[in-house]
Design a protein around this ligand. Sequence first.
Ligand code: SF4
Ligand code: SF4
Length: 418
Amino acid sequence: MNIRSIEEINHKISSGDATVLTAEEISQLVRDGEKPKAEEIDVVTTGTCGIMSGTAAILHLKVSEPGKFKKAKKILLNGVPGYPGPCPNEFLGTIDLVVYGTTHSIYESDYGGGFLLKDIISGKDIVVEVESVEGDKLETTSNISEIATAKIIGTRMAFKNYTAFINPKSEHVSSIFHAIPMEGPFKGISFSGCGELNPIQNDPKMKTICMGTNILLNGSEGIMIGEGTRSTSEKPNIMVAADMHDMDPHFIGGFKTAAGPEIFNSIGIAIPILNQKILENTYILNEDINLPIADIRGRHNILSTTNYGVMWNDVDERPSYHPKKCNECDLCLVRERCPTIAYKRYLNRKRCFGCGMCAYSCPYGAFTMKTGKVKFEIDQEIVETKVACRQSDIRRAREITLKLKEIIKNGDFSIHKC
Ligand code: SF4
Ligand code: SF4
């Protein structure tokens, strides 16, 4: 039975009286042996950050004066191909287009849609190349202040259940699930998911998360459109949309994988505490959440199972950098492999994703990081391997839960009734 309504929660939010805790704060209370009561808490904020391939931007931008060309046939943004349309914008000098977060630049192998969308949101000038249906070519620049419409749609976001990957054989395997061709046998594991912070993990039956739910997508207030593609009751995910003009570039970006650049996003969702059952769902702890380990060759060939406690409890969220240990190698494996290009001549901590590839790769210990070890039995043998690559960032996930908490505390948010 509900102890309060959405209307009552919204009234408390707008009057600044709502009690809001993050999912992590709830987990900490539970770890400390406390069982918070629904009477004491109005909203729990949840969040996740990770590679989310189902990301597309819908843009409308001016590229010339009207009458210069009939309509666009091809378009490149910083070398990343977009798809002109669906509106033809005949003779207007403007183009509607869709660009995918997973599309790769035709000029630079390390650049793609995720890096492009971050650059757009950062306000950088973007080089726009257009080929018209008549075969004419034009080149211009644009930036977010000139792009009238810029929205991101995430078609498959915030999956509740992810999988970890390992390579049981000797041959390396290139895939989007690791930053480098995955070495084997059993040399390092990769995984995604933010465990106890994940929105759907905190509301597994999606009683309070539905079409129309207000969300934060990369810091911008957006909306859940519905369930995502490939969403099932066992493995739910969501489809979302938000305006890029209001996004914070910190929460989005490119992530290089062995199969080319991908994109990461950050999503925050507020769970209204209507009753004790809804609150108790948020008691979930990392160690209680199973994480299947699959052969990277066949994503459904499950070899064993671990849990998110192994991945996120008692680990480092960011690497330690020891410049004095750097041996100035001819080929710096950190520079080559860092998925977010956080390490060039120095470590850009703002760009760092905490993936762990630097510590995994540097042969001289210039980067160190405790990323956790996974131990499991396979064919009656014990396998122990370390986490080589995290494709989710627990720090950004926490930051988005805190940002959402702050917005709600400031009275600037309303909860949707499902
Ligand atoms: S791999 Fe390590 S030691 Fe070598 S240049 Fe890079 S940071 Fe320095
Ligand atoms: S953890 Fe290391 S490799 Fe990963 S993003 Fe940060 S600096 Fe780059």
